[in-house]
Design a protein around this ligand. Structure first.
Ligand code: MG
Length: 286
């Protein structure tokens, strides 16, 4: 059966700048076998090219077309909502580039949208300007609402934390495009060129990867190489289809079935033959 994967990056392929063992082999097997996949990241900081360069430094060979970031999803979404609009941006290269590529002008005054991504350029001056714009009617867009992100030294505040500051200051709720938003999940699935049944989301975070996958009706695989432990699962009302320790373990499972879909054939609705009158009355009498 045709099948493919949406693959989270942080905590799945690497932690900080460290490759997680087995991630490189998994990706090269997918490429070797022509199994479609996209890297799906809620980090808006990097452009596609930056992501490919980072992966290559770690020994994972990929092309730009394999990368789908929340910055790209956000720019596409804004283009579809309001073509050739304007945005005040708190964020970095990945987000600025994506907006430009989708016909957006980045401005300092009277924007259609205030768009927030991650980056190291955040300061109170920007927050104050953004607050004034949102109160003045600009719409607040979050590239994602991740509360924090893992780093080599522990965690750093994520885009969600920065957005919360603006939400509290203005009393306006942000619209978020990144995982688990269906806006990004569905766009990524379409990039794969696959149907819902044929799509599997692989990630390490219940609130984004797995929730997004469950909501869209994808199959989901939770990896324990990131922030989630097996014992955390009892706290969630939704569960992944499969829990594996790492991409290396998932590769082992797949190689047992020659890298066919791990879920077998999709359940087809049974063909129903229209009931004849006699059958109906018989079953009623039975
Ligand atoms: Mg992750």
């Amino acid at each position: 059966m045709k099948h493919g994967y949406l693959i989270d990056m942080d905590g799945v392929l690497y932690r900080g700048s460290q490759l997680i063992p087995g991630a490189d082999t998994f990706i090269s097997q997918l490429r070797h076998r022509n199994i479609p996949f996209r890297f799906l990241t809620n980090n808006s900081q990097r452009t596609r090219r930056d992501v490919v360069a980072k992966l290559e430094r770690m020994g994972v060979s990929a092309e730009e077309e394999h990368v789908f970031t929340c910055a790209m999803a956000t720019a596409r979404f804004l283009e579809s909502q309001k073509p050739r609009g304007t945005a005040f941006v708190i964020g970095e290269g990945g987000l600025l580039t994506a907006l430009h590529q989708h016909g957006y002008a980045v401005v300092d005054h009277d924007p259609d949208y205030v768009v927030v991504g991650e980056g190291r350029t955040f300061n109170l001056e920007l927050v104050e300007a953004a607050t004034r714009m949102i109160v003045g009617g600009a719409k607040l867009i979050a590239t994602n609402l991740d509360p924090n992100c893992p780093t080599d030294r522990g965690v750093r505040p994520g885009c969600g934390a920065l957005v919360a500051l603006l939400e509290v200051a203005t009393g306006v709720k942000a619209f978020s495009v990144g995982k688990p938003s269906p806006v990004m999940m569905r766009a990524a699935r379409k990039e794969l060129g696959l149907t819902t049944d044929q799509t599997t989301m692989i990630g390490d975070t219940m609130e984004t990867d797995i929730l997004g996958g469950v909501q869209l009706g994808f199959r989901t695989v939770l990896l324990l190489t990131g922030g989630t432990k097996r014992e955390d699962l009892i706290h969630y009302a939704y569960q992944p289809d499969l829990v594996v320790s790492s991409l290396a373990e998932f590769s082992d499972r797949l190689s047992d079935s020659d890298w066919q879909s791990p879920w077998g054939e999709p359940a087809r609705p049974e063909k129903r033959t229209p009931a004849r009158h006699a059958d109906v009355s018989e079953s009623v009498l039975a």
